[in-house]
Design a protein around this ligand. Structure first.
Ligand code: A2P
Length: 342
């Protein structure tokens, strides 16, 4: 019997919101890893984190961090850190799984949701990109529908949690709640307007065509992952006063006619989806129930009666887990499985 290889893995940005979830998810998934190294900026270098029941000292990320030889690095330390350090790691033979938007649209970089386009992992050149959180959860139902019926057009409307805006976004909502209770207003740290008791149709920066960068990411990443550069896709992305888990209304126009019961079956069969759709019992996907899980929850499945062949879906997932950390760890898991088969 052969001995299965064990790997060396770096977690870059381990102290951040997504980084901490990386650690939690890695503990759960139990990859065949012999050594983990946690990295962050100079600011938190030397600090201690508990991981797999023991203490790890956080290392400063530098130009020479990858010289000692890593197989995989999970990056979630912002776009500029990825821009600079991912190529350095890749040049040393390490495969970077990058959570930032830096490399997603690079034609030499696969953009992967493991349940949707695992075959794209194979052609990496040292960097694999993790899609935007809102894109990831939409891909599972859309892939299933695309394969069976073909997709003509997609309209996204999102209801996104503040955890996607990092610690400061979370604090703006928490402080808004406190202010509502005690009448003391706190200054905003992240958002342009109060997020408490409000909906902000503004995620990431505005671009010349009036769309935000978040909306553009959803449109472009959808086309890349589903392998249809011409697909008609539009999006309105909105930050709502929810702490965690993104909800999305997805309107899809299909190429072929469909029967609703069969379409439900098609969605239910997709790996990674859980159907929650029993309106008579008030059952539909909810952010509070999705939090802590890695599945994508789909409900409110109903015909769009305004077009020939359309369907409306309500799609909810934990944006920090499936939308970021868990998706990246699932990519690592498949990469390792691929190596072990070679
Ligand atoms: P640090 O804790 O040292 O600042 P978040 O998205 O929650 O703000 O987390 C960002 C993560 O990225 C943190 O772990 C942060 O580390 C890390 N980070 C930010 N800038 C750098 C950098 N220049 N080099 C390495 N890690 C960085």
């Amino acid at each position: 019997m052969g001995v299965m290889k064990e790997y060396r893995v770096a977690v870059v940005g381990a102290t951040g919101m997504v980084g901490r979830t990386f650690l939690k998810v890695l503990e759960e998934y139990q990859l065949p890893v012999k050594e983990y190294v946690l990295m962050a900026s100079k600011r938190s270098a030397g600090s201690k984190m508990t991981f797999f029941g023991r203490e790890y000292e956080v290392q400063e990320l530098t130009q020479t961090s990858f010289d000692s030889g890593f197989d995989i690095a999970l990056f979630s330390a912002g776009g500029s850190t990825s821009a600079k350090f991912a190529p350095i790691a890749a040049a040393k033979g390490c495969v970077v799984i990058d959570n930032s938007s830096q490399w997603r649209m690079d034609p030499n970089v696969p953009l992967v949701v493991p349940q949707v386009n695992p075959q794209d992992i194979a052609w990496h050149n040292g960097i694999i990109a993790n899609p935007n959180c809102s894109t990831i959860q939409a891909m599972l139902p859309l892939k299933a529908l695309q394969e069976r019926y073909g997709i003509k057009r997609v309209v996204y409307s999102t209801y996104q949690a503040v955890s996607g805006a990092g610690r400061k976004g979370w604090d703006d909502l928490e402080n808004g709640v406190r202010g509502f209770v005690d009448g003391q207003e706190r200054p905003l740290e992240k958002f342009q307007h109060p997020i408490f008791n409000n909906c902000l149709p503004h995620i990431d920066v505005f671009q010349e065509n009036g769309y935000t960068k978040e909306e553009t990411k959803m449109i472009e990443e959808t086309r890349k992952i589903l392998g249809d550069p011409q697909m008609r896709v539009t999006a309105t992305t909105v930050r709502v006063p929810v702490f965690n888990s993104h909800s999305e209304s997805i309107n899809v126009e299909l190429e072929k006619p469909f029967e609703l019961p069969e379409l439900r079956e098609v969605l239910a069969r997709q790996d990674g989806i859980v159907i929650q759709d029993d309106p008579a019992k008030d059952v539909y996907p909810l952010a509070v129930n999705a939090t802590g899980h890695d599945e994508v929850f789909v409900g409110r499945i109903r015909r769009d009666e305004s077009v020939e062949s359309g369907v409306n879906l309500w799609v909810v997932a934990d944006n920090i887990r499936k939308g970021a950390a868990s998706n990246a760890v699932q990519i690592a898991q498949r990469l390792i499985a691929m190596w072990n088969q070679q």
